[in-house]
Design a protein around this ligand. Structure first.
Ligand SMILES: [Zn+2]
Length: 436
C-alpha cells in the first residue's frame, strides 16, 4: 500500500514544517516539500492538519477475557484507531487477570489480528491479590514491559518493595494505581463537603497522596523505575515532580476526565461520572491541567473503561467505576492545551512520544509483534501516524462510538480537534474520521 499525505504540518519534537509524506510498505519513505504522486497511491489531503506519530495509550481496559459484552481486543482496537492511536497497552485486570504467560499470549495473539499494535501490561501479583508476585520474568520474555495490578494498588509495602527489586534487573517498569484501600473502602466519589451533602461515602485525595509518598520512598530505596497511573490531585503531582527533580526514575500520567470534569458532576447521581480515582475538586482539576500544560506529567492516558449498559446503569454507589476514553482523549487534550495557546509538540509528547518511551514501544527490537511508535515523522521510520485536524469540531454521539460500550460522560458535547486519518504499520485504518 502506498499513501501520500499531501501538505500537512509535520510536528517534530521541536520543530514543525509543511510537507508531503510518502508511505510505502509499512515505512515512511520520504518527507519533502513536494512529492509527485506515485502511480496507485492513495492521496490524503492534510491541508490545515497536523501530521505526527500515532498516539500510544498506556492505559486501556480491553475487557478480554471475561467481559466481552463490554469490549474485546478487536472492538477496543477499532475505538483506538478512530481516536488516533496506533498502539494500546491492555490492562491486566480482566477475568481472569493477565498474570501468566498463557493469558498474556492469548491477548497478544488477539492483538496481532486487530487493526493496531496491542501491548500487554502484566499483573504484578498473582490474581492481582497483592500477595505473591506473578511470574514477571516469564511475561517479560514475551515482550511485556509494564506491570501493574491496576484497578487496585499494591497495598502491602513489603510486596511492593519486593516487586520493585524483582522488576529492576528485568528492565521492566511497574505502574501503580494509587489508592490506599483502607482510606477508600466503601467510597464512590471524592470525599468533600459535596459527598457529605449527597450522602455518598468518599474516597479522599489523601488515599492517593499516601500511596505516592510510600512508593517514592520505595523507588528511592530500590532504584527501580515506577510509573504512576492516572494521578488526580495537585499534591501527588507536586510530589512526583519534586522526586523527578531529585533524579528518581519516576513518570506519571493523567487521564482526560481528571482535567475536564470535577466532582460537581456527581451532583446528578449519574453513574457515568463514577471513576476511580474519583473526579476531584475544582482546584485539583486546575492542578492536573497545569501539569498537562507546563510539563508536570509525562503522558495523557485514556483509562478507557468500558462497561455494558446493564451493568453501568445502577445507583451511583452500586455502579462499577470507569468511563470510555479512547475516542475523545485527543480532542480533550487538544482543548485543554489550547486554552493557554496550543502547543503541537506538547500535544504529541503527551499522546505519543511520552507514552511510547514509558511503554518501551519506541523500538520494535526483540518484539516482532510490535512496530516502533512515538518517533519522528522521517524517512526510514515505521509508518505509525495520525493526521489530526485542529480546526474541526464534532459532537460525541454514544450511538456512533466504535466501542461496544456506551458509557461516555461526554455525550452530546461538541469537541474541537478531530482525528482525520490513522495509519498503522503503513496501512490506512481511519480516513475521513471513520474506519476504512
Ligand atoms: Zn486504575
Amino acid at each position: 500500500m502506498t499513501i501520500l499525505l499531501r501538505q500537512g504540518t509535520v510536528i517534530g519534537s521541536d520543530a514543525h514544517h509543511s510537507a508531503d509524506v510518502l508511505i510505502r510498505d509499512g515505512l515512511v519513505v520520504e518527507v519533502a516539500e513536494r512529492i509527485d504522486r506515485p502511480a496507485g497511491a492513495t492521496v490524503i489531503d492534510a491541508h490545515g492538519c497536523w501530521i505526527g506519530p500515532g498516539f500510544v495509550d498506556l492505559h486501556t481496559h480491553l475487557r478480554e477475557p471475561g467481559a466481552e459484552e463490554a469490549e474485546t481486543v478487536e472492538s477496543g482496537a477499532r475505538a483506538g484507531a478512530v481516536g488516533g492511536y496506533s498502539a494500546l497497552v491492555a490492562m491486566p485486570n480482566t477475568e481472569p487477570p493477565l498474570d501468566n504467560v498463557a493469558l498474556v499470549s492469548h491477548v497478544l495473539a488477539q492483538g496481532r489480528r486487530s487493526i493496531l499494535d496491542v501491548a500487554v501490561a502484566g499483573a504484578i501479583t498473582q490474581g492481582r491479590r497483592g500477595e505473591l508476585l506473578a511470574p514477571m520474568a516469564e511475561m517479560a520474555r514475551l515482550g511485556v514491559r509494564l506491570f501493574t495490578d491496576d484497578g487496585d494498588g499494591v497495598q502491602s509495602a513489603s510486596v511492593m518493595r519486593r516487586a520493585l527489586e524483582y522488576a529492576k534487573p528485568l528492565g521492566v517498569r511497574l505502574a501503580q494505581h494509587c489508592e490506599e484501600a483502607t482510606l477508600v473502602a466503601g467510597g464512590s466519589m471524592n470525599e468533600s463537603p459535596l459527598s457529605g451533602r449527597l450522602g455518598l461515602s468518599g474516597r479522599p485525595a489523601l488515599a492517593e497522596v499516601v500511596m505516592v509518598l510510600r512508593d517514592l520512598e520505595l523507588v528511592r530505596l530500590t532504584g527501580a523505575p515506577l510509573h504512576f497511573l492516572h494521578l488526580s490531585t495537585g499534591r501527588s503531582l507536586a510530589l512526583v515532580a519534586a522526586a523527578r527533580a531529585e533524579g528518581l526514575p519516576v513518570t506519571c500520567e493523567v487521564a482526560p476526565h481528571h482535567f475536564t470534569l470535577d466532582e460537581g458532576a456527581c451532583d446528578s447521581y449519574d453513574p457515568h461520572f463514577k471513576v476511580h480515582p474519583p473526579l476531584r475538586s475544582p482546584s485539583d482539576v486546575a492542578a492536573v491541567r497545569r501539569a498537562l500544560v507546563e510539563g508536570g506529567c509525562d503522558a495523557v492516558a485514556s483509562d478507557h473503561a468500558p462497561h455494558a449498559p446493564e451493568r453501568k446503569d445502577l445507583a451511583f454507589d452500586e455502579a462499577p467505576a470507569g468511563m470510555l476514553g479512547l475516542e475523545h482523549a485527543a480532542s480533550l487534550t487538544f482543548e485543554a492545551l489550547g486554552a493557554t495557546g496550543p502547543s503541537a509538540s506538547r500535544f504529541f509528547e503527551l499522546l505519543s512520544r511520552g507514552p511510547a518511551r514509558i511503554a518501551q514501544l519506541r523500538q520494535s527490537d526483540d518484539r516482532p509483534s510490535h512496530s516502533a511508535h512515538g518517533g519522528e515523522v522521517a524517512a526510514g521510520e515505521d509508518a505509525n501516524l495520525v493526521v489530526f485536524d485542529p480546526g474541526a469540531t464534532w459532537r460525541v454521539d454514544p450511538g456512533r462510538l466504535q466501542s461496544r460500550a456506551r458509557n461516555t460522560p461526554y455525550a452530546g458535547r461538541v469537541l474541537t480537534g478531530q482525528v482525520r486519518a490513522t495509519i498503522v504499520r503503513g496501512a490506512l485504518v481511519v480516513s475521513d474520521a471513520g474506519l476504512v
